[in-house]
Design a protein around this ligand. Sequence first.
Ligand code: FAD
Length: 345
Amino acid sequence: MVDNIETDVVIVGAGPSALFTVFELGLLDIKVHLIDILPRAGGQCSELYPEKPIYDIPGHPTITGAGLIDNLLAQIEPFHPTFHFNQLVTELETLGTPEAPAFRVKTDAGATFTAKAVIVAAGGGSFQPKKPPIEGIELYEDKSVFYAVRKMEEFRDKNVIIVGGGDSALDWTLNLHPIAKRITLVHRRDDFRAAPHSVNAMRELVAAGKLDLRIGQIVGLSGDDGELSGAHFKAGKEDAVVIAAERLIPFFGLTMKLGPIADWGLNLNENLIPVDTAQFETNVPGIFAIGDINFYPGKLKLILCGFHEGSLAAQKVHRYVYPDKKLTFQYTTSSTNLQKKLGVQ
Ligand code: FAD
């Protein structure tokens, strides 16, 4: 891993507000790295309602959550933003002065960034895994119990139990099946919420004897020093039996938590970050907050508001990144300069 990544701006979160802000920053020649704890871009749109139609995106009478994110990603393609997924931003340290801000950002995956401005686009907070009610599970976390797959190699040649019935559980059952020693999928009922093609693929592997499917629950764990040796499986009223396993991946859904943002020295108003409505800057010069995470009189938690807020924040960010350059307002329809940046000239 690179020791420290230097960039103009770090955006915390990769939801719709963050994505459109990359576009506005890109037009101003500002380089961006985005960090999200999720494995993909799109925030709530991707995670909570990818297939639902949205009816209040300007210019789109209807578009699904996933469709909107695909379009935003296509729109920012010319600016080549760098995404860092599966990482929680844990620390934000102020290094510079109010006139010339600089920040150090750290993630729980050990990545460090320095930037001239930080935009917090953290929505309702970071999506974090819901934990199953298994006594003592915390002793095994990050050693042999994982709530997300960050490195597939962790699971090579291991007996792996995956718990859950949604897309994440089924996708990882299918993805890890070729490299794991044996996969056991555990779900509390024989009915899956995941995409039908994934469920069919899983059932075919079970029928071919290449995968185990057990209907019931994991109620306990055995092992030493955080290294799992088996999980206690209980089906209905039957006694629990031990399934040998060195890895357990429970997928019990996600919950949104404010998390470490509360420790960054930012003023908070009921877990929201107050900002001014000219620049969407927080009480710390150089740190901005846009989208669902911010607060100001009249705030509406709508995607279109996040787009507007990011556009105005970008103007002030430009002053920090290019203190000696004058910013001239230009339209994309008529500016050949902007069109060159977009690759359409
Ligand atoms: P989010 O989409 O919440 O994205 C924030 C991202 O930041 C998340 O991915 C999160 O994991 C990440 N994050 C937070 N903290 C950290 C951290 N410390 N480290 C790493 N990552 C972090 N809006 C509309 O305008 N129209 C609608 O019709 C509409 N329908 C909706 C339907 C539903 C069911 C829901 C739940 C919401 C709906 N919304 C709608 C609201 C809309 O989805 C939100 O306004 C929008 O997603 C906010 O975008 P955002 O980028 O600010 O935050």
